[in-house]
Design a protein around this ligand. Structure first.
Ligand code: PRT
Length: 87
């Protein structure tokens, strides 16, 4: 288990060291357009899970949306702190 900030630090390290097999490296290499589609896809899955699925499935879909949001922030050179100042 990890916090939002811990996950973001891990993704920054992946972007820096580019280990083979990293989902994050692949997602970053796919570009902003593909990353945006993933954000939308996962947001839709959160909606469907909230309306029709179990609490566990909703939590899992939410984790994937948070991951995809982190990837797109990282790709644009932003960090969670850039978001927190609006919360
Ligand atoms: N939390 C996640 C995470 N959530 C989702 N995903 C990716 O999203 C995929 C699931 O998304 P989809 O439902 O769209 O499935 P898919 O379309 O079959 O997958 P893709 O073809 O798009 O990869 C997973 O297979 C992962 O590739 C994640 N990939 C990585 N992380 C975490 O990110 C960190 C770094 O991971 P690596 O970059 O892989 O080392 C680790 O802590 C991981 O646990």
């Amino acid at each position: 288990m990890k916090t939002f900030d811990e996950l973001f630090s891990q993704l920054q390290q992946r972007a820096h060291s580019r280990p083979e097999g990293s989902a994050t490296v692949a997602a970053l290499d796919a570009g902003i357009h593909a990353q945006g589609k993933k954000v939308l896809e996962e947001a839709g899955e959160v909606w469907l899970a909230a309306e029709h699925e179990s609490d566990e499935q909703l939590a899992e879909e939410a984790s994937q949306l948070l991951y995809r949001l982190q990837v797109i922030l990282l790709a644009r050179g932003l960090s969670p702190d850039d978001v927190y100042r609006y919360l």
